[in-house]
Design a protein around this ligand. Structure first.
Ligand code: BGC
Length: 720
C-alpha cells in the first residue's frame, strides 16, 4: 500500500536531560532487543518481557523514556533505571529546521516549502534536517507541522503547508520520508483541528464528522499513509468538547480507520488526565512526568480505570517505533558536530527559497533590466542585516518566538537581500542605494532618484499569538504606497508568514511573495529579481482581498469562538464546514486577490487538449498539453481539480493532482496526471464522507486543469 509513490500520480527540545549511554559493563550482544537480525516487533516484545512494571512506565513519558539512566524527576517522581541497552533519545522542535540550535541550516519556513509543490525537494530538505539533527545529538524531530488553513489569522500558518488536504498531506509525507531516511524519527503535528493560537489550550473546535474527516483528518491520513511517521502529536485544543489527547478519535480515527501504527505523543502540557488519556490512545506524555507518573498509573490500574494491556500496548508502540526508526542501532554522536550546516544543505535552503517564492503580479518590470550606471533603491528594514527599530532581515529569516530566542532558527549565516542585490547589481555595473523606510519622505526620495525601486514589506507570525489583521506590519502599507507613488517602476517583495491584504496593489506593477526565506533569502531573491532564476512557486493558500472575505470573518462564533460567562472553554464553531480555503471562495463566489495555486513565471504557458481516460479498471488518466509560449525556460506547476456530482453536496472542486513541468521556449509537452486506483482510494481523491463512511458517488464529474485553481481547461467523465 505504501509503495505507491513509485507510481507517482503526482510526478512527482525539549529539555531532555542527558543520560549516559548503556554502561560499559552491559553486554548488548546477548540482549535480544539489541539484536538487529530480529524483527522490530520481536525486539520490542523481548524488551517488555524483561521489564519490570515501572521500567515499562518509563516509555510512557518523554524524559524517562529517553534518558534511560536518570531515575528522579521533579515532584519526587522516581523510576528504576531502564533495562540495559536502550538508547538515549533527544527530541527537538521543529518543522522549519533544528530549532534553537547553533550550527544548523536556517531553511525557509514550511509554508515556503509548500509553495514549491515539489515533493522530491521536500524530501531532500527533510533528509538534510534529519542529518543535521543527528549530528547535533537529536534523534526525534517534532516535524512536519500541518493544519488545514482555516483562517489566515492563525499564528502558526508559516509552520504549516497551506489549505489543501492533498498538497499538505503529500508534502508532509515527503518531508517525513526525508527525515526518516536518517536515524531520526518524525512526529507529525498537531492532531487535530488545531487552527488557532488564541486560547489554544482552552478552546473546543466543534465540527461535524464529514468536515473533520475531509478537511482536518485527511491531510494527516495522507501524510501517514504515504510518509509513515513514527509519531503523531496530539494537539492542545478540544474537539467537540473533549481534549485532543484524550479524545476517542485517537483510537477510532487515527489508529483505527487511518491505521496509524506508531506512537501518539502529547504536546507540551496538552495532557489533562491519566486514565482517559491512556484509554483513548495517548502513548507518551511530552516532557517530564505529570499525568503518566508511576504513582498515577499504579493508582489508575488498581482502580480498574486502565488495564495492563493498555500500558503494555502504549509502551510497545513507543519501543517498536524507536527500533523501526533505527534509534536502538544508531547511537547519537558522543560529541555533537559543531557546524552541521553543509554547503549541500545550504543549497537546499536556497533552492526552496527560490522555488517557493511566488510571483504574484508582474506588469513588465521583472526581471530587472539593469544597465551600467543605473541605480536601484532597496527600501525597507527587512532588506538589511542592520536593524531599524529592532527589525532586520533576521526578523523574517524564520518564525518569531518568545522565551529568550527572538527566532526559531538562529540564521547565523544569513545573507541579506540588500547584500545580494548590491553584489548582483555591481556585476551589471549598477549601484544600489539603501533606505530603511523609517521615514516616508526619505524613502520616497530614494525611490524617485533611482531607476527602479525594490520595497520590502513584512508580517511576523508565529506560535502563541494569532495575527490581529492581515496588514503589513511596521507601517509597511504606507511605505509601499509612498515608494510606488514616487517611482512607477516599483517591485514589492513580501516577507510574510501568511496572506496579507494589498491596498496598494493597483499602484505597484510587480509583487514577489518570498515568505520567511531562511538564511539564503538574499541570493534567492536577487536571482529571482534579476532573472537568473525564473519564479515557479504557486500559492498554497488563498490571498483574500480583505480579511472580511475569509471563511471565518463576520461571525465571532466561527472565529475566535465564544466563551460563555463562567465557562472555561471557548467554543469555536466550524460551521463553514467544508468551505475552507479556495473551497470557500469558489462556493461563495468571492473573488480572491490571488487564488490558491496562483503564481506567475517570466515565461508564459498555454494549456490545451485535455482528455480524461479511464483504463476500465478504476484508474484515471488526465492528459493535456502545455506549451511554453514565452522567451525563457520555465517551470509550471500544472494543477488538476475535480468537481464531484452535485448530489454529494461538495462546495467546490478539489485538487486531485499536479505536475511540475520544465519547458524550453517554444517547447510543447503532453502531460499526464495519473490517478491510480490505489491513489483514488487511499487519498480519497473522488470520495466524500457519508454516514456509511467514504463513498464514491455515481454521476458526472468535471475535470479542471490549469496553472491555478482558476483553471483553463475542462472535461467531464461519468462514474457508473
Ligand atoms: C508546540 C509544539 C512544540 C512543543 C515543543 C509546543 O508549544 O505547540 O509544536 O513541538 O511546544 O517545543
Amino acid at each position: 500500500m505504501r509503495k505507491l509513490l513509485a507510481v507517482l500520480l503526482l510526478p512527482l527540545s525539549l529539555v531532555a536531560v542527558p543520560a549516559g549511554p548503556a554502561k560499559a559493563a552491559d553486554d548488548c550482544s546477548a540482549v535480544p532487543w539489541a539484536d538487529k537480525r530480529k524483527s522490530p516487533e520481536r525486539r520490542a516484545q523481548a524488551l517488555l518481557a524483561a521489564s519490570t512494571q515501572h521500567q515499562k512506565y518509563r516509555w510512557l513519558v518523554e524524559q524517562p523514556a529517553n534518558s534511560p539512566q536518570q531515575t528522579t524527576w521533579a515532584g519526587g517522581v522516581v523510576y528504576p533505571v531502564q533495562v540495559p541497552c536502550t538508547p538515549t533519545v533527544v527530541y527537538s522542535d521543529g518543522p522549519d529546521g533544528v530549532r534553537f540550535t547553533p550550527g544548523v541550516t536556517a531553511f525557509p519556513a514550511t509554508i515556503a516549502t509548500a509553495a514549491t509543490w515539489n515533493q522530491p525537494l521536500a524530501y531532500v530538505k527533510g533528509a538534510a534536517q534529519g542529518t543535521e539533527a543527528h549530528d547535533k545529538g537529536k534523534n526525534v524531530l517534532l516535524a512536519p507541522g500541518l493544519a488545514s488553513g482555516r483562517t489566515p489569522l492563525s499564528g502558526r500558518t508559516p509552520e504549516y503547508l497551506g489549505e489543501d488536504p492533498l498538497l499538505t498531506g503529500l508534502m508532509a509525507a515527503a518531508g517525513t520520508r526525508g527525515i526518516q531516511s536518517t536515524p531520526v524519527l518524525a512526529a507529525l503535528k498537531h492532531y487535530v483541528a488545531n487552527e488557532q493560537e488564541l486560547d489554544r489550550q482552552t478552546s473546543s473546535s466543534n465540527a461535524d464528522e464529514r468536515t473533520l474527516r475531509q478537511i482536518y483528518d485527511l491531510p494527516f491520513e495522507i501524510a501517514i499513509d504515504r510518509g509513515q511517521p513514527a509519531s503523531v502529536m496530539c494537539s492542545y485544543n478540544q474537539i467537540n468538547g473533549t481534549y485532543a489527547c484524550e479524545n476517542p478519535r485517537l483510537n477510532d480515527v487515527l489508529k483505527g480507520s487511518i491505521g496509524f501504527d506508531g506512537y501518539v505523543m502529547s504536546d507540551f502540557g496538552s495532557v489533562h488526565s491519566t486514565a482517559a488519556s491512556l484509554v483513548n490512545g495517548l502513548d507518551q506524555e511530552l516532557n517530564r512526568p505529570i499525568w503518566f507518573t508511576p504513582a498515577r498509573l499504579d493508582a489508575a490500574l488498581a482502580a480498574g480505570e486502565i488495564t495492563q494491556r493498555q500500558i503494555d500496548a502504549a509502551a510497545f508502540r513507543v519501543i517498536v517505533s524507536y527500533i523501526r526508526g533505527g534509534l536502538f542501532d544508531n547511537p547519537l554522536p558522543a560529541t555533537p558536530v559543531e557546524d552541521a550546516s553543509t554547503a549541500a544543505h545550504k543549497a537546499v535552503a536556497r533552492e526552496i527559497a527560490e522555488q517557493g517564492s511566488v510571483l504574484l503580479k508582474n506588469d513588465n518590470v521583472l526581471p530587472l533590466k539593469v544597465k551600467r550606471g543605473d541605480t536601484i533603491a532597496v527600501i525597507g528594514p527587512t532588506a538589511s542585516s542592520t536593524p531599524t527599530n529592532g527589525i532586520s532581515a533576521n526578523s523574517v529569516c524564520s518564525l518569531p518566538w518568545r522565551f529568550g530566542n527572538p527566532q526559531t532558527l538562529q540564521c547565523e549565516d544569513l545573507i541579506s537581500p540588500e547584500t545580494s542585490i548590491r553584489d548582483r547589481a555591481a556585476r551589471a555595473g549598477a549601484t544600489v542605494t539603501f533606505d530603511n523606510g523609517s521615514d516616508l519622505v526619505s524613502a520616497a526620495a530614494a525611490a524617485k532618484a533611482a531607476d527602479v525601486a525594490v520595497v520590502f514589506g513584512y508580517q511576523r507570525a508565529g506560535e502563541f499569538n494569532d495575527l490581529a489583521d492581515l496588514r503589513l506590519q511596521g507601517g509597511g502599507d504606507a511605505l509601499v504606497a509612498a515608494v510606488a507613488a514616487a517611482n512607477p517602476r516599483t517591485v514589492a517583495v513580501l516577507q510574510t508568514g501568511s496572506a496579507v491584504e494589498m491596498p496598494w496593489i493597483g499602484d505597484v506593477p510587480a509583487v514577489l511573495e518570498t515568505w520567511y526565506g531562511g538564511e539564503q533569502m538574499g541570493p534567492a531573491i536577487a536571482a529571482l529579481l534579476f532573472g537568473d532564476a525564473n519564479p515557479s512557486g504557486k500559492l498554497p493558500m488563498t490571498f483574500p482581498r480583505s480579511l472580511a472575505d475569509t471563511p471565518t470573518a463576520n461571525d465571532p462564533a466561527r472565529y475566535p469562538g465564544v466563551r460563555a460567562e463562567g465557562e472555561a472553554i471557548r467554543q469555536v464553531s466550524y460551521s463553514e464546514g467544508l468551505k475552507v480555503g479556495y473551497r470557500w471562495y469558489e462556493a461563495e463566489d468571492i473573488a480572491p486577490l490571488f487564488a490558491f495555486g496562483h503564481g506567475l513565471s517570466y515565461t508564459t504557458f498555454r494549456y490545451s487538449d485535455l482528455e480524461t481516460r479511464g483504463d476500465g479498471r478504476g484508474e484515471l488518466r488526465l492528459r493535456f498539453r502545455i506549451a511554453n509560449t514565452g522567451k525563457r525556460t520555465g517551470t509550471e506547476v500544472a494543477q488538476a481539480y475535480v468537481s464531484l456530482p452535485a448530489a454529494t453536496g461538495e462546495p467546490s472542486k478539489r485538487l486531485v493532482g499536479w505536475s511540475r513541468v520544465t519547458l524550453k521556449p517554444g517547447e510543447t509537452r503532453t502531460v499526464e496526471i495519473r490517478l491510480a486506483r490505489a491513489d483514488l482510494k487511499d487519498l480519497h481523491l473522488l470520495e466524500y464522507w457519508s454516514s456509511q463512511g467514504w463513498k464514491t458517488a455515481t454521476g458526472s464529474y468535471t475535470v479542471h486543469v490549469g496553472g491555478s485553481s482558476r483553471t483553463a481547461l475542462r472535461d467531464t467523465f461519468r462514474v457508473r
